[in-house]
Design a protein around this ligand. Structure first.
Ligand SMILES: [Zn+2]
Length: 472
């Protein structure tokens, strides 16, 4: 599949021409958009003017987001369409979700990931995919996540179709800045809007990540086996009120949108999203990321939090505040804290306010508890990090089509804790959803917990030092 892309730098329309192979087939079926991703139920409105050339005929099934091309004996196959990257003026962004998961094509700024403009083909007829910009504004900054060292949009970029789903991000614009760093020898790219209405200096705000957070998390995972990594942090283009940041991780990078000044919350989001490189992307259970969000989100959140502490981006107060106020308090006073794990996926996007953060908090609280258990049982010799490194080692031993499972998690955990107890804990706390009773829990001596109105609150014992607890 060869994509040729066109944008004039001004309009909200991306023109796409896709040439593909369809050897000895009567028809080819493409799908556009994924309503499960970001809850974009109307995502098919983004694609329009879908055409092919004679004798081929296009049939569009909007409900199923399917585009069928009947080849009628043609031996060259091209489909053209437009991607409308505008947001309706009467529907300003009220949640970063609204803009984050849609193509943004506006004057001077374009941000795209492949789910927002490329087609899924329903057969294996096209193992290779390429992208090339045919027309684009000269002198605009340009970033691509396939080969970031490639600075010219007109150069062809190639990727295997099977690797496509989370691989492609394009950022282009005259209000875009691209910086390059080296973190433990790994090339890092920082892609931001230059100016926004909040007075942000986003490149400046991100420097502490390149100087300390990323080195910390690479050391946490003993892993510098990366071709490169990138952050794309851009201001929302259509928001009317101040909104904090939201983002998602993709291969070798993460994409964030924000609608206010970059502050403590945005530091957290950046840490959380970039931590997904490991838990959530390289290491996840099963094939549906919704099944075990307690791990993919909650355990990821815990690694982000302790790396914020390790890298000194969060001090003791910020660390405890996040643990207590944003997690223990919110979780233990939540009316739905005890719902079964299976009820989360169904309500996640439709009732994000209530269900969205539940698996994050549930998982983070359990990760904190598990870390303490491993430290207590091993007399401080081991931590959750050791267990996670073992899990990562198992992931690396498996081949790509073998899934990692909760059983693998229990198997590696059995080296540190009683296997039966660990199995029961996961079933009880993570799957059935029963909140952990911190009255009966033993933490390491460095942490104290008091319970008020059924809400646990963690503090540091006298002389305890966060940097001593979380070091690697
Ligand atoms: Zn996440």
């Amino acid at each position: 599949m060869d994509y040729v892309l066109k944008w004039d730098g001004q309009s909200s329309v991306l023109r796409v021409e896709l040439t593909y192979s369809a050897h000895q087939k009567d028809s080819t079926v493409f799908i556009f958009g994924d309503p499960n991703w970001g809850g974009q139920a109307d995502i098919f409105k983004v694609i329009r003017n879908i055409t092919s050339s004679e004798p081929e005929v296009v049939r569009v099934d909007e409900v199923n987001r399917q585009i069928s091309v009947y080849h009628n004996g043609a031996n060259k196959h091209t489909i053209s369409y437009e991607i409308d990257g505008s947001l309706p003026p009467d529907l300003p962004t009220r949640a970063s979700q609204t803009e984050l998961f849609r193509p943004v094509i506006s004057e001077g700024v374009l941000t795209l990931v492949n789910k927002q403009f490329a087609l899924t083909v329903t057969d294996k007829s096209n193992p290779l995919v390429s992208f090339r910009w045919h027309s684009y504004p000269k002198n605009f900054s340009y970033f691509n996540s396939i080969d970031p060292s490639q600075k010219s949009p007109s150069e062809k970029l190639s990727v295997y179709y099977e690797d496509l789903s989370n691989a492609v991000c394009f950022v282009m614009g005259n209000n875009i800045s691209v910086m390059e760093y080296s973190v433990l020898g790994v090339p890092y790219f920082s892609v931001t809007t230059k100016e926004d209405r909040y007075g942000n200096d986003l490149q400046g705000s991100l420097i502490p990540f390149f100087k300390s957070y990323f080195p910390s998390i690479h050391r946490f995972w003993n892993d510098t086996d990366f071709p490169f990594y990138f952050l794309s942090v851009t201001a929302l283009q259509n928001n009317q009120t101040e909104i904090g940041a939201g983002g998602f991780g993709i291969n070798n990078g993460f994409i964030m949108k924000l609608g206010r000044k970059f502050g403590t919350w945005e530091i957290y989001v950046t840490a959380h999203e970039t931590a997904h490189t490991w838990i959530g992307i390289k290491i996840m259970f099963g094939t549906d990321s919704f099944d075990h969000q307690w791990f993919g989100e909650g355990f990821n959140d815990y690694t982000a939090l302790i790396n914020l502490a390790n890298s000194k981006l969060y001090d003791e107060e910020e660390f405890l505040n996040y643990l207590n106020e944003d997690n223990f308090k919110q979780h233990y006073q939540s009316e739905i804290k005890g719902v079964h794990n299976d009820s989360i996926a169904a309500k996640y996007w439709t009732d994000y306010a209530t269900y969205g953060k539940l698996p994050y908090r549930r998982g983070l609280i359990y990760a904190f508890y598990l870390d303490n258990q491993i430290r207590v049982v091993s007399n401080g010799k081991f931590t959750l990090r050791n267990m996670l490194l073992d899990l990562y080692a198992i992931r690396k031993e498996k081949n790509n089509n073998e899934i990692l499972s909760v059983d693998d998690f229990i198997t590696v955990g059995a080296a540190y804790l009683d296997k039966r107890e660990l199995t029961d804990q996961i079933a009880r706390y993570m799957i059935e959803g029963q909140p952990i009773d911190f009255k009966t829990v033993e933490l390491i001596p460095e942490f104290k917990v008091e319970i008020k109105n059924n809400i646990p609150k963690v503090s540091l014992s006298e002389n305890a030092n966060l940097l001593e607890i979380y070091k690697w």
